[in-house]
Design a protein around this ligand. Structure first.
Ligand code: FPP
Length: 228
């Protein structure tokens, strides 16, 4: 049994829409509250000494949502990129984005590059935002690059070299809101991750619930296909 905190946590931040609906508010209100929760959980991660946090902010499938909701998610992300720099620098956070560039506006891509560049020397936690991300799309993109670069020997390391960002695999994947699906998130990277499903809707996900997820992870026996 390991009582260490995970090195890398991945989170599917689900339930923003239902949370807003419960309050008689538009779904976009839930996404705004979700962005606040992300800020708090990032702080908790820093305090616990977690080195990487990857969150699913926009999937390749999310383009199917109503235009107003897609526009709000784009706007929220852009606002986050513009406003968060000071806090990320103060907390020594390295900022990265994993996802496809196609479909994302030029100015949003420019803001992403700016923030990645500004924070690249930071050595505390790495915040990796999965945006316009799909696990299958990531693998297709990696395979295309492997072919283009005429790689001769194909090993697991070769594939990993071509994923969007070269981060260690997450040890713990959390999904909020009671849904028990992976939804095309980090398909390669979660091969051996422990899964934790919380009934709490993402805007209500707090430090206490986060600590419960980590405590549950610490009770798990990780075997990686072997025996104890
Ligand atoms: C899933 O809830 C959540 C999303 C698709 C978007 C996640 C975005 C945020 C938490 C805020 C923005 C992030 C940044 C980085 C600023 P849902 O809408 O599917 O909820 P539902 O299942 O209740 O409908």
């Amino acid at each position: 049994m390991s009582l260490r905190v995970p090195n890398h946590i991945a989170i599917i931040m689900d339930g923003n829409g239902r949370w807003a609906k419960e309050k008689g508010m538009p779904r976009t209100y839930g996404h705004k509250a979700g962005a606040d929760t992300l800020r708090k959980i990032l702080t908790s991660c820093g305090e616990l000494g977690i080195k990487y946090l990857t969150v699913y902010a926009f999937s390749t499938g999310n383009w199917k949502r109503a235009k107003e909701e897609v526009d709000t998610l784009m706007f929220l992300f852009k606002t986050y990129l513009k406003n968060e720099k000071k806090l990320l620098m103060k907390n020594n956070v390295k900022f990265l984005v994993s996802g496809r560039k196609e479909g994302v506006s030029k100015d949003l891509l420019a803001e992403i590059s700016k923030l990645e560049e500004a924070t690249k020397g930071n050595t505390g936690i790495t915040l990796n935002i999965a945006f316009n991300y799909g696990g299958r799309a990531e693998l297709v993109d990696a395979i295309k690059e492997i072919v283009k670069n005429n790689e001769k020997e194909i090993t697991e390391e070769t594939v990993e070299k071509y994923l969007y960002n070269q981060l260690p695999d997450p040890e713990l994947l959390i999904r909020t809101s009671g849904e028990m699906r992976i939804s095309n998130f980090l398909l390669w990277q979660i091969a051996y991750a422990e899964l934790y499903f919380s009934d709490v809707l993402w805007p209500d996900f707090d430090e206490a619930e986060f600590n419960r997820a980590i405590a549950c992870y610490q009770q798990r026996h990780r075997r990686f296909g072997g025996t104890e």
